[in-house]
Design a binder for this molecule. Structure first.
Ligand code: GNR
Ligand code: NI
Length: 173
């Protein structure tokens, strides 16, 4: 297991549509383990494989607040199969967009179908922070970032800021 470097905005990999995982091999299990380790290290409550540069439809989530109440979930090829009409606004952040937080409106409840690492198909209803996190992660699989749900003005401003920061870093290097 290893903590892997995070892919940060404006890296264009974040815009890739990830490929289905297919059969659950040792390689997939090792990738999931690295994703969990990277998420706990960050720390974050969710991570999509593309955030460590792997364009596969694999997601890890853990809403546990401390190391003692860890409850890792691994979702293979997750899809939203139903979303409520009711929406909720909640502040979001993203490990690929460091130190930026904004309120995002999304469906309050979702049903998500996925396979677990045993290969069993699971369908689960989520609300609250889990519903937000699952939608945020499934967006990543489709090359969508939470800032895409904001106004064009906010998104453009943010993208410019990250492009400038990236240029400064490559100049410093
Ligand atoms: O760690 C994370 N926290 C978070 C908070 C509110 C809404 C979504 C998230 S997901 C984020 C980790 C991440 O970037 N996952 O892709
Ligand atoms: Ni994210």
């Amino acid at each position: 297991m290893a903590v892997r470097p995070l892919v940060i905005l404006p890296d264009s990999k974040l815009r890739l549509v990830s490929e289905p995982v297919g059969p659950i091999t040792d390689e997939v299990r090792a990738l999931a383990a690295d994703m969990l380790e990277t998420m706990y290290d960050a720390p974050g409550i969710g991570l999509a494989a593309i955030q460590i540069g792997v364009p596969k439809r694999l997601v890890v989530v853990d809403l546990g607040k401390t190391a003692e109440d860890r409850n890792p979930m691994v979702l293979v090829d997750p899809e939203v199969t139903w979303a409520s009409e009711d929406k909720r606004v909640h502040e979001e952040g993203c490990l690929s967009i460091p130190e930026y937080y904004e309120e995002v409106e999304r469906p309050e409840k979702v049903r998500v179908r996925y396979r677990d690492l045993k290969g069993d198909t699971v369908e689960t209803d989520a609300d609250g922070l889990l519903a937000i996190c699952l939608q945020h992660e499934i967006d990543h699989l489709n090359g969508v970032l939470f800032v895409d749900h904001l106004s064009r003005l906010k998104r453009t401003r943010l993208l410019k800021k990250f492009e400038k920061a990236a240029k400064r870093e490559s100049a410093d290097a």
